[in-house]
Design a protein around this ligand. Structure first.
Ligand code: EPZ
Length: 424
């Protein structure tokens, strides 16, 4: 297994180009199952998770080619099986986002249950509630850990669906299933993330009739069939936030290119509260933390447009270095503080009470051997390593490589002293 070695790096400087969003491209790829025509997706990031989704779609019969420059051509001319691969679902739980498209296209789907992960149980009850509301029969076989979903004799029928929690994945699955349902579907308390809007934009290019994506009420008028499309993935707002924090934690000054300022407002607001300068310029987003004392703030993660849970751990790494105590409250996932132990191995001295972490701040972190406990926590540990004395060794970096394209190269381009090595 590979690891990343990081030496204390001093203030980062220069510019970095943001890749296509992992959490947008995965549902965009799944949506291609809704048509037998060719779909083109541009700005696809080269990520392990994209590779898994490619294998998942090929498993269902899709033919996929890529030009090596981020353009994917995907064509599900015909679906050759309605059964998802257990190995692939285990490898990436987000592959469950193929359920909605398959149910709409074929009227039936058999999917292994994704199971939990490091950050939480990750149930799919809201996804299944939506499919039931569209008239499907849902058979949950807990013993074999699979779910068998079958549309009614008339196919899927539109209805009103209230999401008890604005789940991103459930919104995406139900949205895609509803595009080919008879009649109108209304999703209430829908997720409002930019990735939902990106998916709706591609679906509407394919001939779907979706209104209200990005608000808490999405209305879908079913159509008989969808066509192919050409669509470009939005830039990754979580990668954007990660590099903003790289500038902040090292007291550097960087320009972030190809980012959408409107997608990172809560992160910008919180960085400004700490005294970091953040400005939108014609070249990109300027983040300047040079020559100043930075102070603490409190963070509470919430569904979009609240503070993103995916930036909680990188922001916490930054808060260990500012003057004064901070409180970080995680409300979206029940177990997303696994990085606290790792930061404490570096001298962060963070304590946890229920779903609140108390970060004393003012620390000079020390290099240590630490683990990436999830994708974003891995990034947080690299950020901490940039400012820790000595060398920090981050292991289990396969997590990081699932979601950050050219991670090490991009940091090296900003002056970071780090390298990727194979574990001995
Ligand atoms: C998406 O996961 C993202 N993944 C996550 O990013 C992100 O953290 C999350 O949304 C929240 O923004 C992808 O888009 C591939 P949810 P998802 O359904 O869809 C509960 C990363 O690091 N819930 O909004 O799985 C669930 O347990 C990853 O890139 C139910 O109770 O998130 C959790 O507590 C990590 N029942 C909360 O909702 C359900 O049926 C948020 O889950 C579904 C979800």
């Amino acid at each position: 297994m590979a690891k990343i070695l990081i030496n204390s790096s001093g203030p980062l400087s220069g510019s970095v180009f943001i890749s296509g969003a992992k959490n947008a491209v995965l549902p965009l790829m799944a949506a291609t199952l809704l048509t037998s025509e060719e779909c083109i997706i541009d700005d696809v990031p080269s990520l392990a998770d994209v590779t898994v989704m490619r294998k998942m779609l090929e498993n269902f019969g899709s033919v996929i080619t890529d030009d090596g420059k981020g353009r994917l051509s995907i064509r599900a001319r015909e679906i050759t099986t309605i059964e998802g691969s257990k190995d692939l679902v285990r490898e990436m739980r987000a592959s469950t986002v193929v359920m909605g498209p398959l149910l709409a296209r074929c009227g039936e789907v058999i999917m292994p249950l994704p199971g939990g992960c490091a950050i939480g149980k990750r149930p799919i009850d809201l996804h299944l509630k939506g499919f039931k509301a569209l008239g499907a029969d849902v058979d949950l076989d807990m013993e074999n850990e699979i779910v068998h979903i079958k549309a009614g004799p008339e196919g899927l029928i539109g209805d009103v669906i209230y999401l008890d929690f604005p789940s991103v994945g459930a919104t995406e699955n139900i949205l895609m299933a509803a595009t080919l349902a008879k009649g109108t579907t209304i999703i209430e308390n829908a997720a409002k993330e930019p990735e939902i809007i990106d998916l709706a934009n591609q679906l509407n290019k394919m001939g779907a009739k979706i209104k209200g994506a990005g608000t808490d009420t999405i209305r879908i008028t079913g159509v008989a069939r969808l066509t192919g499309s050409i669509h470009t993935v939005i830039p990754d707002r979580i990668e954007t936030g990660t590099f903003m924090l790289a500038a902040a934690i090292t007291r550097g000054r960087i320009v972030i290119k190809n980012a959408i300022p409107g997608h990172v407002r809560p992160i910008v607001a919180k960085l400004k509260e700490c005294g970091v300068t953040v400005e939108t310029t014609e070249y990109g987003i300027l983040v300047d933390a040079t020559d100043r004392v930075l102070t603490s703030t409190n963070i509470k993660t919430l569904p979009y447009p609240g503070f993103p849970t995916d930036i909680q751990s990188p922001f916490m790494a930054f808060l260990t270095t500012v003057e004064g105590p901070s409180v970080v409250r995680e409300t979206v996932f029940e177990n997303r503080f696994m990085h606290v132990n790792e930061l404490n191995r570096m001298g962060a001295d963070i304590s946890i009470e229920n779903r609140e972490a108390r970060v004393p701040g003012g620390k000079h972190l020390k290099g240590a051997k630490v683990r990436a406990t999830d994708l974003r926590a891995g990034a947080a540990m690299v950020l901490a390593g940039l400012v820790a004395s000595g060398t920090t060794e981050v292991s289990e970096i396969y997590h990081i490589e699932r979601g950050y394209e050219n991670f090490v190269q991009k940091f090296k381009g900003l002056g970071a002293d780090l390298m990727r090595v194979e574990e001995d």
